[in-house]
Design a protein around this ligand. Structure first.
Ligand code: ADP
Ligand code: MG
Length: 266
């Protein structure tokens, strides 16, 4: 296993794309749920002030007293901010709109890009036996996203099967390059996953073939279909894997989890 070189502790994956609405949060929630079904222990870190990952995993706004904001900018540590979800083996550090000011507040901190990295270092200690940490990034290449990239072993990029899908990728990759030079030279690309794929739609097929010819093996074989059950699940505060276990979306996220685990073993 190539992973033997990694220090003890969870694999940390930042789910990032500066475009909004491409499926970052949906992928974070459902990949986390699918990894848990595979017997993995997973922590989701909600790094988006919109807090959609927290909502989608059933954490009521009233139950978000301690959040990513306090983890990064106040004197709280992971023990204080981690919450259990209704799903065995799945925990979350929730977020609220408070986090929207964090980007500015971080600027004045000397360690501004390393705060999440330092906060998550604790997960390498006994008592925190997570296998994976998934960080749901905001739709921006701001300091929060940079914190995620510095903290992570790899980034997972959801790509919406839509016009202009590939457009923002070069900017994203430039940020990855900067992060490699300034703080995390080991940062890898976990993969690019096509989301909201519609096989009957020529545009989806075009985006797929462009992505595969430009990015090659970085693109996951598994694609996430556009599926109404996926978009309904968050309003029931559930992953689609629980909301409609046999839906196409649930099946696809299970396949993605298996493909990712497989990639990490070879
Ligand atoms: P992001 O976090 O990148 O902003 P979201 O995960 O919130 O994107 O997804 C944007 C919207 O698209 C949401 O309303 C979500 O429910 C919907 N959506 C995401 N993936 C799918 C899918 N596979 N099928 C149908 N709707 C989807
Ligand atoms: Mg989101």
């Amino acid at each position: 296993m190539s992973d033997l070189s990694r220090p003890k502790g969870p694999k940390i994956i930042a789910v990032a794309n500066q475009k909004g609405g491409v499926g970052k949060t949906t992928t974070t929630i459902n990949l986390a749920a699918a990894l848990v079904e595979e017997g993995k222990r997973v922590l989701v870190v909600d790094l988006d002030p919109q807090g959609n990952a927290s909502t989608g995993l059933g954490i009521d706004v009233d139950d978000r007293e301690f959040t990513t904001y306090e983890l990064l900018l106040e004197d709280l540590d992971l023990n204080d901010v981690i919450q259990k979800t209704d799903y065995d083996g799945l925990c979350i550090v929730p977020a609220t709109v408070d986090l929207s000011s964090a980007d500015i507040e971080l600027m004045s901190s000397e360690k501004r890009s390393f705060l999440l990295h330092d906060a998550l270092r604790q997960t390498q200690m006994d008592g925190f036996n997570f296998d994976y940490i998934l960080i749901d990034c905001p739709p921006s290449l701001n300091l929060l996203t940079v914190n995620a990239m510095i903290a992570a072993h790899s980034i997972l990029v959801p790509l919406q099967s839509e016009f202009f899908a590939l457009e923002g990728l070069s900017q994203l990759m430039m940020t990855v390059r900067d992060v490699r030079q300034t703080g995390n030279k080991e940062l890898r690309i976990e993969g690019v996953v096509l989301t909201m794929y519609d096989s009957r739609n020529n545009l989806s097929q075009q985006v797929e073939s462009d992505a595969r010819s430009n990015l090659g093996a970085l693109v996951f074989k598994t694609m996430i279909p556009r599926n109404v059950r996926v978009s309904e699940a968050p309003s029931f505060a559930m992953p689609v894997l629980s909301y409609d276990s046999q839906s196409k979306g649930a099946v696809a996220y299970r396949a993605l989890a298996k493909e990712m685990i497989q990639n990490n073993q070879t």
